[in-house]
Design a protein around this ligand. Structure first.
Ligand code: ZN
Length: 279
């Protein structure tokens, strides 16, 4: 099942048509997607009955917005792919390094990205969206708390991130538009193997990152167990799960985004984000 935020309204996506959740459920769920997460289990049971009837209307993908636009918490994980840790010159961590992207940076799948400096970098990431409250859950039970998966871009302003003496991950990764997400939420049952998806990033059609989510040192279930041992994860919360190798800061010479670049971030079985860089 694919669920999207279309111009602020929750929709089910059936092939290339959108079924308005509020209308189809006679007002029981929605109209916005944030409210759907608060009743996720009842909603997903209902949604299974609403698909396949040939209903819905065609839509413009440029009207899609963030699949979880107002999460109570956004967790982001650093150095979760060994080859990315190596390219940044850091040791692979014993536990997942965690920071936040402040929620005001979240945007939808097709946007213009305003570059605040000349050192903005790209990081394609799998993002898990929480569907059921999670406190102290085990890795074995963790997927029961996931509403679905979406694509994320953890855009990063490297100068302020690395200015020191201690790194400023959260602020440097929260400029407006730095948390592109979408194009929709895909429920875990849709994947043949939800822990092994091709993940890639292109700039102007050139592949700059290409990996598989199976390369994560701490997979989704372990991240949820680790985070929920400290924080209660709430429906609609996001977990950015880290990026594979190929970011600009790890290159020799280093490379950063310039005005006019088009960044395409894609994950198998979900879809793609497209950000056009502007200055
Ligand atoms: Zn990241």
């Amino acid at each position: 099942m694919r669920i999207a935020n279309l111009s602020g309204r929750a929709v089910l996506v059936d092939d290339d048509r959108a079924i308005d959740v509020h209308a189809a459920s006679c007002g029981r769920f929605g109209p916005d997607l944030a409210s759907v997460y608060t009743e996720w289990e009842a909603f997903s049971a209902w949604a299974g009955t609403a698909l396949g009837a040939g209903a819905g209307e065609s839509f413009d993908t440029r009207d899609l917005e963030a699949p979880s636009p107002t999460p109570s918490q956004v967790f982001a994980i650093g150095l979760n792919y060994r080859d990315h840790a190596a390219e940044t010159g850091l040791d692979a961590p014993d536990a997942p390094p965690t920071f936040t992207k402040f929620a005001s940076c979240l945007t939808g799948p097709e946007t213009d990205l305003m570059l605040p400096t000349d050192t903005v970098d790209w990081e394609v990431e799998l993002v898990a969206v929480i569907g059921r409250e999670a406190t102290n859950v085990s890795a074995a039970d963790a997927w029961d708390h996931v509403a679905g998966l979406t694509v994320g871009q953890d855009f990063s302003e490297r100068t302020s991130q690395l200015a020191g003496p201690a790194p400023q991950f959260s602020l440097a990764k929260s400029f407006p538009g730095f948390g592109a997400t979408g194009p929709w939420l895909v429920t875990p049952d849709e994947f043949a193997n939800r822990d092994d998806l091709a993940i890639e990033c292109e700039i102007d059609g050139e592949s700059v990152q290409s990996g598989r989510t199976a390369q994560m040192m701490f997979p989704v279930a372990e991240l949820i167990a680790h985070l929920s041992a400290v924080c209660t994860l709430r429906p609609g919360d996001l977990v950015f799960t880290g990026t594979p190798a190929g970011v600009g800061v790890g290159r020799d010479p280093q490379r950063f985004l310039v005005s006019g670049n088009v960044v395409t971030s894609r994950i198998e079985g979900i879809g793609a984000l497209v950000q056009r860089c502007v200055k």
